[in-house]
Structures are given as C-alpha cells and as structure tokens.
Design a protein around this ligand. Structure first.
Ligand SMILES: NC(=O)c1ccc[n+]([C@@H]2O[C@H](COP(=O)([O-])OP(=O)(O)OC[C@H]3O[C@@H](n4cnc5c(N)ncnc54)[C@H](OP(=O)(O)O)[C@@H]3O)[C@@H](O)[C@H]2O)c1
Length: 366
C-alpha cells in the first residue's frame, strides 16, 4: 500500500472500566484491508455514548443506573455490549468516521481510492442484509476510527461530496442516523408535534433538524444553560430539561397540552410525565435512556389512550444513504461543539461525559 505506514496512532480499549482502560499508542499495527474491504485514512471521528456505555458496561442488564461514564461494579461480563454479547479486547472504538479511502483489498472497488467518505456504522451480513439480527456496530464488534487508519467492508462506505470540514462531517454518523430512524419508526411527518428530550445532545439536536425537515413542529427539552446553543438547530419551542408542570409548559409553548410524538433518549424518573403528554393515538419512540433505563409506566395510560411504542437501534439499509443525501443537499447542518486531537482523547472524552456542550464532540487525526 503506497505511503501507508506499518504502524499508527490509536486509542485502544483494554477492558471494561474507567477512562484508564483507554490507552493511547503511537505504534499500533495499521490494519490491512481484506477481500472486499477498504482502508480509510481517518481525518476525524465523532464521540458517542455507545463507546462510553460499552466501556463502562452500562448495557449489561445487571446495571440499572443512569449513564455516568464511570465503571459499574455490577457489570455482567456476558452481556456488556449493545447487542448483549461479550466484547473482545483490545478494541479500537469510534464509529463516526470521516476519512479518505487510501487502499482497497482484493475484489474491492479501486475507484473508491481518493474519495472522501463516511461509514455506515452498522455491520451487516451482506448475504442477508435485511436481517437486523445479523448486525454488528462499528467500533464495537470490529475496530473503529479512534486511530489514523481503519478498515471496513466497502459496502459500508459512502462517498460524500460537500463543503463541510472533516470535523463537521464526523458529527453525523451515529447520532443523525439514529435520529432519522427514530422518526421513520414513529412515521413522523407534517402535522406532527414532536417533543424531543435530550435536545442539546447529538441525537436530540439531530432530531430537531430532521423532524423540521419533514414538516413537523419540534419542541426541544434541554437544560436552560444550553438553550442558546439548541436554538441553532431551529426548534419551534424550547422547554427546560424537566418542567414541573409539562402540560402547562406545552400549553404555553404551542397552545396544546399534548403532542403527537415523544422522541426520547433520556428516560429516567421523568418518563411517566412524558408519556402522559401524548395525545390519543400518540407515538413514543426511544433510542436511549441516559437518565436511567428503569422507568415507571402506568399501563392505563398506554391502553386507554391507544398509544404506540417504538424502540429504535439497528438501521435497515438505506437510512444512512438518505442521511448522506440530506448532508450533500445542505438540508441539515452539523452541530460541532468541540474537537480534540487524538493525543488529547481522554480530555475530549471527559468533556463528552461532563455534557456542558451542545451537539457533538469529535477527535481529529490530521
Ligand atoms: N439506540 C441507538 O442506536 C443510539 C444511538 C445513539 C445514542 N443512543 C443513546 O441515546 C442517548 C443520547 O445520546 P446522545 O449521543 O444524544 O447523548 P449526548 O450528546 O450525550 O446528549 C444527551 C443529553 O441528554 C440530556 N440529559 C438529560 N438528563 C440527563 C442525565 N440524567 N444525564 C445526562 N444527560 C442528560 C443532556 O442535556 P441537558 O443537560 O440539556 O438536559 C445531554 O446533553 C444515550 O443514552 C445514548 O446511549 C442510542
């Protein structure tokens, strides 16, 4: 491979635990693209809670607390990943790669070389691509992008043509594709009023723009200190993180005390109040539970009000390509909060965990 060094910089996860389980190396072996794979020079890679949750073991059913970013001593080693399977170490995390293809393996399309690309974060069985059970997450079930180079099946690679810089491009993959699929699952469209929790975060700020794009009216819930930043995403109205009287706050903001859709990534103690804000036949869609996975549900609200509940994680093929088109057409704009050089990964990861930012945090390699 021309001009590709044998070793590279990488942040390597060595086990479940605290941030010290992530170790920075300058002499990690550069991956070699196998048959049908492409080698990508990573320019920037966005941070995600999936990495944090996997490292800390939060996905294990034995853990019932909110996400803290720190290690949990109750983690069951048999189910500590998003897919409830053990993780193998060492592992390079990082799913949200913006890079350039620099080499391809046998049988892969050589015309990809030199192209600026994003990576669809869902690894598939390409003989059975619609089977969402046969999937893995990039940076979890294989090495990802917190490194100078990464390799992936060429069918996960999406060339992109736009003016955004590398760090901006690295904000999109996980949070935006997750947000788009949440809206797909809940069939959000014109006429919907969508209440969005965690709206200052990666998924939440993407939900605002993507739901607006569909003609829905968006109501963003976020800490007051972040409201000026969240405004950049263009919600129709903004509420605090957990208003005491949600119905009154909604009435004040949109002239109705109910919404047709709740798009939730927070969960936790506030959950029953959110559910109670759904109009008859309303739709609740969830892809995260950062404030805690164990919630209280009054089943009478669910059935007497004819509600619909949707979970959302694995993307069917096609969703990522849709997102790439929205970016290329300038229909959505990145919410880049901060970027950190790879060498300062731990500082960036701590900032990501502290959550005083709005939008996304990325690491840069160039
Ligand atoms: N299923 C999937 O495929 C998928 C994909 C991506 C993310 N997720 C999950 O979705 C959730 C949100 O992800 P994200 O990337 O948008 O997160 P993020 O960027 O870290 O933002 C989360 C936001 O939630 C708000 N929040 C409310 N209560 C909180 C609490 N108790 N602790 C911490 N934050 C709280 C915070 O905003 P305020 O301070 O403004 O309230 C924070 O900015 C995470 O649980 C993540 O694991 C799932």
């Amino acid at each position: 491979m021309t001009n590709v060094p044998d070793t590279m910089r990488a942040v390597v996860l060595t086990g479940h635990g605290d941030l010290d389980k992530l170790v920075y190396h300058e002499d990690w072996p550069t991956p070699q693209p196998g048959p049908g794979e492409a080698l990508i020079k990573v320019h920037a890679c966005g941070m995600n809670n999936t990495d944090v949750n996997t490292r800390s073991g939060w996905y294990s059913k034995a853990v019932t607390d909110a996400t803290t970013g720190g290690a949990y001593d109750t983690v069951d080693e048999d189910d500590p990943t998003w897919g409830a399977a053990p993780l193998t170490f060492p592992r390079i995390q990082g799913a949200d790669v913006a890079g350039t293809v620099v080499a391809v393996g046998t049988g892969a399309d050589a015309s990809l070389i030199g192209k600026r690309v994003l990576v669809d974060t869902w690894l598939r069985d390409w003989d059975d691509p619609m089977n969402l059970n046969k999937t893995g997450y990039y940076g979890s079930e294989c090495d990802g992008g917190y490194a100078d180079y990464t390799k992936v099946d060429q069918r996960n690679i999406h060339p992109i043509d736009c003016d955004l810089n590398h760090a901006e491009l690295a904000t999109f993959a996980t949070s935006w594709s997750t947000a788009e699929q949440m809206l797909n699952r809940a069939s959000v469209g014109e006429g919907d009023t969508v209440l969005i929790t965690g709206a200052s975060g990666g998924v939440g700020s993407a939900l605002i723009q993507l739901a607006n794009r569909r003609g829905a009216k968006t109501i963003a819930m976020a800490s007051e200190a972040k409201h000026a930043g969240v405004q950049e995403a263009g919600p129709a109205a903004m509420l605090g993180r957990a208003p005491d009287d949600l119905k009154a706050a909604l009435n004040n903001a949109i002239g109705s005390d109910t919404v047709t859709v709740v798009a939730d990534v927070v969960g936790g103690d506030y959950y029953p109040i959110l559910i109670d804000a759904l109009a008859r036949g309303g739709r609740y869609v969830c892809s995260g539970a950062i404030a805690g996975p164990m919630v209280e549900l009054d089943l009478r609200t669910l059935y007497l009000r004819d509600l619909n509940f949707f979970g959302s994680t694995v993307l069917p093929p096609g969703v990522f390509a849709d997102l790439v088109r929205y970016i290329e057409r300038g229909e959505v704009k990145p919410m880049l909060a901060e970027s950190y050089p790879l060498k300062e990964f731990h500082t960036g990861q701590q900032a990501f965990i502290d959550k005083t930012h709005v939008g996304n945090i990325v690491v840069t390699m160039d």
